[in-house]
Design a protein around this ligand. Structure first.
Ligand code: SAM
Length: 275
């Protein structure tokens, strides 16, 4: 039976507030699994199970899929669409609300890949949650609104460049693997989407004090029109004179703005401010 028929059979009603726009096209689902780089030894954490179509495609390739959704109305649907898939564990939990410890209890300590097709308002917090945690995450493959994709891969000094661009740069490399037209979802949302794959490489930079660097980056974008010196003073408790002195000693203008700096610049400045 087709997924759409199964949803009808159980009287499933799509909840707009949970971003329930499902993918059903087999070739697209397989392509997303390929974008995610899923191989036979991989443990995958899937966020937003929906009707289980992407889950099913992932389970064809992965060792095990731990999938999470918040909507328990999907239970009878998933019992049918994922019947007999022994390498799938369904969890009705909100991944943004459970602790790292709880997640480790469920999936174990082994490295894992994240694959997520979730409501657009959850994508940024979700990406930040995994990038800023110490969980052993190898990659993130996320369906996002096209505007969010532009932010994830933006260059310094452009409108789209922001704290999230740098959070990605700090841990790895992001690329847009494909654009997905709205008509490919059921029901069709109002916007087009893109799949972004972020490869995480924890040896990319050696950072002495990561929380301090993360604070500095957030401060750098707090008020985009203000200079870095002003933003640092307000949120890191560093005097303007000290901040100016450090910037000038490193060869930057004292009126430089946070949005003009690359991740390497932030790392350099964080270390000098720290010393
Ligand atoms: N992966 C499926 C697909 O591709 O067809 C479903 C995608 S649908 C866009 C998003 C799913 O995320 C919905 O089933 C919704 O119930 C679920 N969801 C919404 N908020 C969530 C959250 N905080 N944690 C986990 N799942 C969530």
């Amino acid at each position: 039976m087709e997924v759409k028929e199964i949803l009808r059979k159980y009287g499933f009603t799509f909840k707009k507030n949970l971003g329930q726009n499902f993918l059903t096209e087999g070739s697209l689902l397989r392509a997303i699994v390929k974008d995610a780089g899923v191989e036979s030894e991989d443990i995958v954490v899937e966020i937003g199970t929906g009707a289980g179509t992407l889950t099913s495609a992932i389970s064809e390739k992965a060792k095990h899929v731990y999938t999470f959704d918040v909507d328990t109305c999907l239970q009878p649907v998933l019992a049918e669409t994922l019947a007999g898939k022994e390498n799938v564990t369904i969890n009705f939990l909100d991944v943004l609300k459970i602790s790292d410890e709880k997640l480790k209890e469920i999936i174990g300590e082994q490295p894992f890949r994240v694959v997520a097709n979730i409501p657009y308002y959850v994508t940024t917090p979700l990406i930040m949650r995994f990038l800023e945690s110490d969980l052993n995450c190898k990659s993130l493959t996320v369906m996002v609104q096209k505007e969010v994709a532009d932010r994830l891969i933006a260059e310094p000094d452009t409108e789209n460049y922001g704290a999230i661009t740098l959070a990605v740069e700090l841990r790895g490399t992001a690329r847009v693997t494909r654009n997905v037209a709205r008509q490919l979802f059921h029901p069709a949302p109002k916007v087009d989407s893109a799949v972004v794959h972020i490869d995480i490489d924890d040896n990319k930079y050696e950072i002495k004090d990561k929380p301090f660097l993360q604070k500095l980056i957030r401060a750098g974008f707090q008020m985009r029109r203000k200079t870095l010196v002003n933003n640092i003073g307000a949120s890191l408790g560093i005097t303007k004179d000290r901040a100016k002195e450090v910037l000038v000693s490193l060869g930057y203008s004292e009126s430089i703005r946070g949005e003009a700096l690359s991740i390497e610049d932030y790392i350099k400045i964080a270390e000098a401010l720290h010393d």
